[in-house]
Write a protein that binds this ligand. Structure first.
Ligand code: ATP
Length: 234
């Protein structure tokens, strides 16, 4: 099977202009690839660059060196230096990102927030609504909240609404940044189930999780990001 994401020689440095121009070389010479249905866990101590790598893969940071190729609509696309329009197209249908935090949009009700990724792909609204309701139910969001805007929800409720939204549609490549952080056991199990369903549907996953039980449940391979072994997956 061909990989859906291939990373070669990836490097990222931060220059701290307001702190005497100190340069932090956070990522250096990273190489890895991930196949459909596979889950790669980013592993390394705090500060090793795990979040920086996810943000670089998503296109939030421009790398200093290297290549990130993603299979989008049947073609491998180079993401480093891609036009913003291209990056947005890849993000719309190929590359998903699950963070712990919901970007709250004022006055948009919870059910619409969750359905939006499906509607933006022009999927059937009735099916999208059923899927959104099912996800919210599984993640323990009471139906009394579905027609309210999530701005006033608790932190944990917002996190679960965000997870429901993230798993609303199929993503060929899905980046997960601590998806189960601060969830209780029941909700953590639901997220692990959703991750397993995404893998069974062929998503390639790249994840950070500080929770050993979650890592054990979802990992196929680990990318060791400790400084001495920056350049290979094990
Ligand atoms: N926007 C930024 N500007 C400057 N330095 C940054 C920036 N983002 C991250 N860094 C630095 O890069 C290094 C890696 O940070 P990163 O958040 O990627 O680590 P991490 O492995 O995800 O850590 P943790 O497990 O603690 O979340 C840290 O030393 C951090 O200070």
């Amino acid at each position: 099977m061909n990989p859906v994401i291939e990373v070669h020689g990836l490097g990222k440095a931060f220059t701290l202009h307001q702190q005497h121009g100190v340069v932090l070389n956070v990522l250096q010479g990273l190489n890895f690839s991930v196949q459909p249905g596979e889950c790669l866990i980013l592993h390394g101590r705090s500060g090793a660059g795990k979040s920086t790598l996810l943000r670089t893969l998503y296109g939030n940071y421009l790398p200093a060196a290297g290549s990130i190729r993603i299979q989008h609509e049947g073609q491998m696309i180079e993401m480093v230096g891609a036009e913003p329009r291209q990056t947005l197209a890849v993000r719309r249908s190929t590359l998903g990102y699950v963070s712990q935090f919901l970007r709250v949009i004022p006055r948009v009700k919870c059910l619409d927030v969750v359905m939006e990724p499906a509607l933006s792909r022009s999927l059937d609204p009735a099916q999208a609504e059923r899927r959104a309701q099912d996800l919210l139910q599984r993640l323990g969001i009471p139906d009394s909240l579905w027609s309210l805007a999530p701005g006033t929800f608790s932190g944990g409720e917002q996190q679960r609404v965000n997870i429901a939204r993230s798993f609303m549609v199929h993503w060929p490549v899905l980046l997960l940044d601590e998806p189960t952080a601060s969830l209780d056991d029941a909700n953590r199990s639901v997220v692990i189930e959703l991750i397993a369903e995404a893998r069974a549907a062929g998503s390639a996953l790249i994840a950070i999780s500080h929770d050993a039980a979650t890592r054990d449940a979802i990992a196929d391979r680990y990318l060791d990001m400790s400084p001495k072994e920056l350049d290979h997956a094990c």
